[in-house]
Structures are given as structure tokens and as C-alpha cells.
Design a protein around this ligand. Structure first.
Ligand code: F0G
Length: 360
């Protein structure tokens, strides 16, 4: 069987690339759309989860990065730069290294998950921890790229959005139409805007009958779209979306308006509860920021806003192994300590509640 060749090959005719574009790929995209029966049962909708943690570096950022790095190399760039809450830096580092160019990444000091920090280091990025938050890092990256020979690969670069829109293509291919609702986490709102662009193009070419209503969720301590203005000191345990001044503000406001969308906020406790539901009931492990899609659906369903039988897609943006510590923390704040047993079969059987000779 032929293996999936990555987005730029698979969707060459629907992306802004040409013969002159060198294709820098790690095989991103083609991620599973998983029907989540337990979430359907909880909500009365038909719920599908787009598992973006299955991308090469473990997040959806790889869709935008294959495009952004390919275009950067086409334009002769020898170095790229990004600000990041972790996933963009991991992805930029991997794709830049694969292309044989340098990646400089600016992250907020002490505020990115260990897995993501490890990735940037492993892929040989020039990693700097900035004594500020993500919004400060983005301001600096923009200024550096405007005045120095370094190419910006944050989602303010339209190539990123272009690559990320392909997730909507994949969903339409499976469902044979757009869903009724699409839920996803919102930080800079690049991805929210990218899905809207992808779905809009599908409608335009007659592959779908409608646009999904775009439902974006932010952490309560970091919810500029819900408040209607930037947040100066954003806070949340979902470090990926700890962003107070979203870069794609205007694109997202338009997508929200045109799709009859919604912006909601979820407290950190609700994010962690949803992460647990997804891992323990569905079998999908995601990082906290990604679980906000699930929390958002449960909140809207409870509020009676999701008609029975609606087709709902939840994008879960990053793998749980990126930031695994939260899974080991119980709601009361204590840590899970797995039971220790001696090398003793009867004792272990007893602890597991197994009865000798019982049937399988
Ligand atoms: N989920 C995850 C896991 C993310 O890493 C991000 C953004 C988002 C959701 C939000 O996407 O910004 O397009 O609205 N992470 C960026 C980063 C900011 O630097 O990795 P968005």
C-alpha cells in the first residue's frame, strides 16, 4: 500500500505552491477522525474527534509548518524564527532541521511544557527563554523578522494558515459534508481561522452543503475573545493557549460572524476534567489545551445549545505526552502514586481482584 505523502503532495492542487516550491515534509496530516461513542451518548450529538496529536511532532502545528518552511526555503531563507508556547517551537525546530536551515525560537521562561522544550532542544533549535509572556515573545519575533535576515513562521505568516486549512479538507472527505458544529481551542486563533478558510473553500467548490458553526474555546484566565479585548496577564494551566493578545484577531472575528459561531471560556478545573473524560472514556490522550474542545462541547450540550443528532467535530490539537504531568494529578490536587507490590502472583492477583479458576 502507498504511504501518505504529507500535505503538500496530497493537496498540491489546492495549496499555494508551484513546481519551484521545495517540499519539506515529515509526513504530516492524514490524522484519524475518531467517532467518540461515549461523548455522543453524553451529548445526544454524533461526535467525532480529529486527533492532531498524531502528527510527526505531536501537534497540528506540523500542517502549517510543512507549508511555512517549504515557502521559506523557496524564498531562500537560511533561518526562521518563531515565538511559541511550545508546540510551534517543536514543529519549527523539526522542519527547519529537516530542511537544513536554522530555527530560532523564543518561549516564555518557565511556562512551556517539558516535552515541548525537549523537542526544540532535540531538533537543535536556538532556544531562548524570554523573561516575559508569549505576547512579548511574538512582538520580539515580529520585530526581529522585520529588521534582520530571519523568516517569521508564526501564524501571522499566511503560509501557516494555508497549511492548517487542510485539516478541514480531511474531515469533509470522511464525513462527505461539513459537520454542523466544529469545536476547537483558541489561542492566537490561527487554527480557528484556518479551519474556517478550509471549510469555506470546500463550500465554494461544492464539496459541502454548509459551513459548520465555529465554536472556539479559551481558558477562563486567558479569554480575550470572550471578553472582547486583550488580556494583559493571561493565566491558565493550559500553557499552550496562555495568550492574551491573539495575532489573528480580525480573521477570527470574521469567521465567528460568518459561521454563526461562538466563543466560550472554561475554568482550568473543567479543562482537566475533560482531559480525563477523553483519556479514560474514549482512549485519546491529549494535552490540557486540547481538552478544552471536549469541555466546550459538554458545556454547550448542558446549556441545551446542541440539537440532538448534530454532527460535531472536536479538534484535539496536541498529544498528551507533550505535557503528561496533569494526568497524574487528582482533582483534589494530590498526585497518583501507583500501588507497589512484591514479586508474588497470589498477592498481585488479590490486589487486582482476580479469583483463581474464574472464567475470562
Ligand atoms: N492547542 C495547542 C496544543 C496549541 O499549541 C495551540 C497554540 C493552540 C491549541 C491554539 O492555536 O494559537 O492557532 O489559536 N500554540 C501556539 C504555540 C501558540 O506556540 O505552540 P491557535
Amino acid at each position: 500500500a502507498k504511504q501518505w505523502r504529507g500535505l503538500l503532495h496530497e493537496y498540491a492542487d489546492r495549496l499555494n505552491i508551484s513546481e519551484a516550491t521545495p517540499i519539506i515534509t515529515l509526513g504530516e496530516g492524514g490524522t484519524p477522525l475518531i467517532e467518540a461513542k461515549t461523548l455522543s451518548a453524553r451529548t445526544g450529538a454524533r461526535v467525532f474527534v480529529k486527533y492532531e496529536g498524531m502528527n510527526p511532532t505531536g501537534s497540528f502545528k506540523d500542517r502549517g509548518m510543512t507549508m511555512a518552511i517549504s515557502k521559506a526555503v523557496e524564498h531562500g531563507a537560511k533561518a526562521v524564527i518563531c515565538a511559541s508556547t511550545g508546540n510551534t517551537s517543536a514543529s519549527a525546530a523539526a522542519y527547519a532541521t529537516h530542511a537544513g536551515i536554522t530555527a530560532a525560537v523564543l518561549v516564555p521562561e518557565g511556562k512551556i511544557a517539558m516535552g515541548k522544550l525537549s523537542q526544540a532542544v532535540a531538533h537543535n533549535a536556538q532556544l531562548l527563554q524570554v523573561q516575559g509572556n508569549f505576547d512579548d515573545c511574538l512582538d520580539i519575533a515580529r520585530e526581529l523578522s522585520a529588521n534582520y535576515p530571519v523568516h517569521l513562521v508564526n501564524s501571522v505568516n499566511p503560509d501557516r494558515i494555508e497549511g492548517q486549512k487542510t485539516a478541514a479538507f480531511e474531515i469533509v472527505e470522511v464525513l462527505e459534508d461539513a459537520p454542523d458544529f466544529h469545536f476547537l481551542p483558541v489561542g492566537n486563533a490561527g487554527n480557528y481561522s484556518a479551519y474556517f478558510k478550509g471549510y469555506s473553500e470546500e463550500l465554494e467548490r461544492g464539496a459541502t452543503t454548509k459551513l459548520p458553526r465555529m465554536f472556539g474555546f479559551q481558558a477562563a484566565g486567558s479569554a480575550p475573545f470572550v471578553l472582547g479585548h486583550p488580556v494583559k496577564n493571561p493565566e491558565t494551566i493550559a500553557s499552550a493557549i496562555r495568550i492574551g493578545n491573539p495575532a489573528s484577531w480580525d480573521l477570527a472575528i470574521n469567521a465567528h460572524k460568518v459561521s454563526d459561531g461562538y466563543f466560550g471560556a472554561i475554568e482550568d478545573a473543567g479543562i482537566l476534567a475533560a482531559q480525563r473524560i477523553l483519556s479514560a472514556e474514549v482512549g485519546i490522550f491529549v494535552e490540557p489545551a486540547s481538552a478544552i474542545s471536549v469541555a466546550g462541547l459538554l458545556e454547550r450540550a448542558d446549556a441545551g445549545m446542541i440539537p440532538a443528532g448534530s454532527v460535531v467535530v472536536l479538534t484535539v490539537t496536541g498529544h498528551g505526552l507533550k505535557d503528561p504531568q496533569w494526568a497524574l494529578r487528582l482533582p483534589d490536587g494530590t498526585d497518583v502514586v501507583p500501588t507497589v507490590v512484591p514479586v508474588d502472583v497470589p498477592e498481585i492477583a488479590d490486589v487486582l481482584g482476580l479469583v483463581k479458576g474464574g472464567s475470562h
